[in-house]
Design a protein around this ligand. Structure first.
Ligand code: SF4
Length: 72
C-alpha cells in the first residue's frame, strides 16, 4: 500500500506531538507507510477536515473518532 498522503503536514508523522511514545516508529510503519486508511487521524481528517484533527490524537486511537466527530 502507498504512503499516507497526509504525511507532509501530519503532526504525528513529523514528531511534533507532545509525549511521543517510544512506539511511534512502529505506528509510522504500520499506518503512515501502509494501513493509513485505518489511522484515527486520517479517518477524522476524512470525516470533518484537517483543522479538526486533535493535536494529541494517535493513529491507534480509533475509539476516539466518533466522539471527536460528534463534538464537532
Ligand atoms: S499519522 Fe495517520 S494521518 Fe498522519 S501521516 Fe500517519 S497515517 Fe497519515
Amino acid at each position: 500500500m502507498a504512503d499516507c498522503k497526509l504525511t507532509p503536514g501530519c503532526l504525528f508523522f513529523n514528531d511534533q506531538m507532545a509525549n511521543m511514545p517510544g512506539t511511534a516508529e512502529i505506528y509510522k510503519k504500520k499506518y503512515c507507510a501502509g494501513e493509513y486508511a485505518d489511522c484515527a487521524r486520517y479517518l477524522v481528517f476524512q470525516a470533518i477536515g484537517r483543522e479538526n484533527v486533535p493535536k494529541d490524537l494517535f493513529p491507534n486511537q480509533q475509539e476516539k473518532i466518533q466522539l471527536i466527530i460528534d463534538r464537532k
